[in-house]
Design a protein around this ligand. Structure first.
Ligand code: FES
Length: 382
């Protein structure tokens, strides 16, 4: 693969501060809002232990400080402890992003001993039925509760993540209460962002504006109550950009600080970029230094020379970078377009239409397509 010739090759970014290692696409759960690619079943062979450790070392030498270990479910990797231990030796602040499935008390202890800094466990809902509806597992809820307690018992910062969508948003108070009962330090109430499987299932997941406003009241009320608590839990409520009039500065700008490595070693500026019609390099073929500074894929949307109107002459372009390239591609067919979330975009009507559809009764929208290998193969092959 060629690694030179980008129109933005003269732009020299800072180091990739945040390395996301997607160790595997394997996962025992089937969440229909997973941001993994819909064709994950047909991806190449996973990097082995030595290849991952080499990636960690190269990125660290360039200045990477934060390491996210995610998937799929990273606990399905039998070498996870070895990878955590290697990350610790290199001096990373490491974060395991997990469903909790595959975790047990011995593994929590082993991860702590290996030097892991942080475990983030995801829940689907405040109760077993809602959890099962999304995760596709009857046993998951109870197991997650036990593992959240085990994580707390080992003095990890307790970080819980719950993806919010139209099926659970009306129970957001119960979800917060569950997190407080588990003595969470941070709670991410992350309203679904429509990438990967979530984009496929958008109609069945997107809450209405009325649902969202009610949820914001509930979160604000909890925040007020927590102000005087001895150890206040931080509630982070990520609202969906589909209800905004200006786009998010996705990844803080393309190729500016985030580096994602997929299970097969493909290097991406964000977790969703592989769907774009851009040739991305692989760590099996190139060094991280070459990939970060010289590959056409990473230079493609650096700077602002690539921007068409209305972004090119917009006085906000250095704040939002034109929004999200992946969203522009999914909604307009051209990743260089302004993110349609922006009210100045000629494609903003696609966002307005999605908002209007969001209140459609569930019996009038397509059923959810669950993230599993069978569906992945069916979708990929059409
Ligand atoms: Fe890829 Fe926003 S998710 S640029």
């Amino acid at each position: 693969m060629a690694t030179t010739g980008s129109p933005n090759a003269e732009i020299r970014p800072g180091p990739p501060l945040w390395l996301l290692a997607e160790l595997t696409y394997r996962c025992p759960l089937q969440c229909p809002y997973c941001s993994n690619p819909v064709d994950f079943a047909d991806q190449g062979q996973e990097l082995d232990t030595g290849q991952w450790l080499d990636v960690f070392a190269q990125a660290r030498a360039m200045g990477a400080a934060q390491l996210g270990l995610s998937g799929g479910e990273p606990l399905t990797r039998p070498d996870l402890i070895e990878l955590v231990s290697g990350a610790r030796e290199l001096g990373y602040y490491s974060n395991l992003i997990t469903s909790g499935m595959g975790l047990n008390r011995d593994k929590v202890r082993a991860l702590a001993d290996a030097g892991l800094d942080h475990i983030q466990i995801s829940f689907q809902d405040a109760e077993a039925a809602g959890n099962q509806l999304m995760a596709g597992s009857r046993k998951a809820f109870q197991h997650k509760l036990e593992m959240a307690r085990a994580v707390k018992a080992h003095d990890f910062p307790m970080v819980l993540n719950i993806v919010i969508h139209r099926h659970n948003i009306d129970r957001i108070g119960d979800i917060i209460q569950l997190c407080l009962d588990l003595e969470a330090d941070y709670v991410e109430l992350a309203t679904c962002q429509y990438y990967g499987w979530a984009h496929l299932n958008r109609q069945g997941l997107m809450p209405s504006r009325a649902q969202l406003q009610q949820a914001e009241h509930v979160v604000a009320d909890y925040r007020r109550r927590l102000e005087d608590a001895a150890n206040p839990c931080q509630l982070i409520f990520v609202v969906p950009d589909y209800y905004e009039e200006r786009p998010k500065p996705c990844m803080n700008g393309w190729g500016s600080m985030f580096l994602t490595i997929t299970p097969d070693g493909t290097a991406l500026p964000c977790h969703s970029a592989r769907q774009l019609p851009i040739d991305f390099p692989n760590v099996r073929d190139h060094t991280i230094e070459t990939i970060w500074h010289h590959s056409p894929g990473f230079n493609h949307f650096r700077g602002d020379a690539w921007m068409p109107e209305p972004c090119r002459s917009c006085d906000e372009k250095h704040e939002d970078f034109g929004g999200c390239r992946c969203q522009a591609y999914m909604l307009t067919g051209d990743a260089a377009n302004a993110d349609p979330v922006c009210a100045k975009s000629p494609h903003h009507h696609t966002i307005v239409a999605a908002r209007e559809q969001a209140g459609t009764p569930l019996d009038q929208v397509p059923p959810l397509t669950y993230r599993n290998e069978r569906n992945a193969r069916l979708i990929y092959r059409g």
